[in-house]
Design a protein. Structure first.
Length: 225
């Protein structure tokens, strides 16, 4: 695999899972990946700097809902909503979360979703590497227009160390086969800093409006300042 440019190889989880139970096992193991690799730590640190009082959050491509559950643990009064295009994802997120948490999960296209009022913050994790460069530019513009107070994108850093290291970790921890295979593809589809800088420029977002940050282990995040 050549990592000098983004891969266009398609991931299998959303197309090849045989049924809901298989898909739920994938999502459950992805939430474990997120826990082991500290995926949500940068987002929570960013939110702590920006959020205060009564606020709302929309998680785009929410998957298993683990990011929102992390937020709920810190902010009991926050209004939290997750949206995902895959109905199996929102079903699994509801079942993993429970109604007592007070988190809404919506099955649908985030770009067509019209909430009663604008969300204060919009977050997303491991979503942008699924998009083409042109789609990422459109997503950035959408975030600028629809996030009332700010937005946060967490994603992977395309690098040789996680590319070859993740499959070893996944095998040791017995994660689902699609998580093992798609994880490596996801890293190959991800971005490097220079690419994020170019995408932000194309979206008309200046360095004064948003920043790119690197986090252990091999995470690149873009967020409003």
């Amino acid at each position: 695999m050549i990592l000098s440019r983004r891969s266009t190889q398609q991931e299998r989880m959303d197309t090849d899972c045989v049924d809901f139970e298989d898909y739920r096992r994938c999502l459950r193991d992805l939430s474990r990946v997120n826990a082991v690799t500290l995926t949500h730590r940068p987002m929570l640190a960013w939110l702590a700097k920006h959020a205060a009082g009564d606020f709302s959050v929309l998680d785009v491509a929410c998957g298993h809902g683990d990011a929102l559950r992390k937020i709920r643990a810190r902010y009991p009064a926050a209004r939290l909503t997750g949206i995902d295009l895959n109905p199996w994802a929102t079903r699994a997120a509801r079942e993993a979360t429970g109604s007592a948490a007070g988190i809404d999960f919506v099955n649908g296209d985030a770009f067509a979703y019209v909430p009663e009022r604008k969300f204060d913050f919009i977050i997303t994790s491991q979503f942008t590497h699924h998009l083409t460069d042109e789609q990422v530019v459109g997503f950035l513009r959408w975030l600028q227009e629809n996030a009332g107070q700010g937005w946060f994108i967490g994603d992977l850093h395309r690098h040789v160390l996680p590319y070859y290291g993740f499959p070893l970790l996944a095998r040791v921890l017995f994660w689902h086969r699609f998580v093992r295979e798609d994880g490596q593809i996801s890293i190959a589809r991800a971005f490097v800093r220079a690419e994020w800088e170019a995408l932000l420029r194309q979206a008309g977002i200046s360095g004064q409006q948003a920043a790119i940050s690197w986090h252990i282990p091999f995470r690149l995040c873009a967020a409003t300042r």
